[in-house]
Design a protein around this ligand. Structure first.
Ligand SMILES: [Zn+2]
Length: 363
């Protein structure tokens, strides 16, 4: 651009695209639907724990890996010399087992798959329903979790007529999702209490995706389904404007995952407009969280909150991009449009989202 363009044109609108307009209240936010960049959400075990504070429909809680060892009596299947290690660090013990050619890990794998397949969302509106409803089709949720709760939520929302939901990706595989290697297509495998459907290309039922165990040297390229999910993660993270990390504390066994994410996020100097948000259980020190994610944070462009309901998605549902523009680029005071916390049933929660959904159809 030449100097002439900058100084002689008094319209002064060139910095902002035509579709971006500041707004002053909640109605303005509901009516604003920009073709904004994706919101990238990363889920760890803490998100499913937060989604089931009183357990699943039958009261079953979501255990962490170490609790699983006792919950599923996995210790019985582990050779004597590794039992002590398995009780202290199951991932490390599993990692050693995989390296023993004489040992078959199938029994452990089967028990874990059966356990997670048995989990069911409670009937009441769940945190995962809020999360799915709070994002748009342009947005994406990437989860490390094996449980089927996020998928069960999307299936029930679709059955109730909401079909503009975020894309889902499964970075360590999932019990409810399958993959057709021939056609490179994934879909619902029909386990975990959800009706499955066949591959749209070949008509064959989906083969359940492999669950990638948290061993020390994860190889994300060895399984075609998981490789594809990671390719999407890298691509979308590169182009997102907002990165929310929910209940994922980047454990030491996940060095490779964090390195891949950092590679896609790139240099923080190139991320001056983007925002990082961490939702972490109450009790964990903010400084500790800040240090964990330091390589991803550009100066003050980050938020740490301790429940989902304090997050950008709960305060500006389906409009996180618009609220971001309004606050940071237009410098407006942006009122929150908080999701209702005590909805009696899913119907009333969906009804609350109707004005947002309708405004999107006008675009
Ligand atoms: Zn197929």
């Amino acid at each position: 651009m030449t100097d002439e363009h900058v100084t002689s044109d008094s319209e002064e609108k060139s910095f902002f695209p035509d579709w971006a307009k500041p707004y002053s209240d909640i109605d303005g936010e509901i009516a604003s639907v920009y073709p904004a960049k994706p919101h990238f959400v990363l889920l760890g075990a803490g998100a499913s724990k937060a989604a089931l504070p009183h357990g699943d429909r039958r009261g079953q809680s979501v255990p962490v890996m170490l609790e699983l060892v006792d919950e599923l009596n996995l210790i019985e299947t582990i050779p004597d010399d590794l039992r002590e290690l398995a009780r202290a660090d199951f991932e490390a013990a599993y990692s050693r087992l995989v390296e023993r050619p004489e040992y078959d890990t199938q029994e452990i794998d089967k028990k874990i798959t059966a356990f997670f397949s048995g989990l069911r969302l409670p009937k009441e509106p769940n945190l995962y329903d809020y999360l799915n409803l709070g994002l748009r089709e342009k947005d994406a949720i990437f989860t490390f979790n094996w449980d089927p709760l996020l998928v069960q939520s999307q299936v029930r929302l679709r059955n109730m007529g909401v079909d503009r939901l975020p894309s889902l990706f499964f970075l360590h595989g999932n019990v409810s999702v399958g993959y057709c290697e021939r056609d490179d297509v994934s879909g619902i495998a029909g386990d975990a209490g959800i009706r499955g459907y066949p591959c749209s290309h070949c008509g064959q039922p989906f083969k359940p995706s492999k669950l990638l165990f948290p061993v020390e040297h994860k190889d994300y390229k060895s399984d075609p389904f998981i490789a594809r999910e990671w390719e999407a993660a890298v691509e979308i993270l590169e182009h997102c404007f907002w990165f929310t990390i929910f209940g994922y504390s980047a454990p030491k066994t996940d060095v490779e995952a964090v390195a891949l994410l950092k590679g896609a996020w790139g240099d923080i100097e190139d991320r001056v407009f983007e925002q990082l948000e961490v939702i972490e259980r109450p009790g964990r020190e903010d400084e500790d969280i800040r240090n964990t994610w330091d390589p991803f944070i550009h100066s003050h462009h980050y938020d740490i909150v301790h429940t989902f309901f304090e997050s950008s998605i709960a305060k500006h549902p389906r409009r996180t991009g618009e609220a971001y523009w309004n606050t940071y680029l237009f410098g407006q005071l942006t009122e929150d449009n908080p999701v209702p916390m005590n909805c009696e049933n899913l119907e009333s929660l969906i009804a609350w989202f109707e004005p947002l959904l309708s405004a999107e159809l006008m675009e």
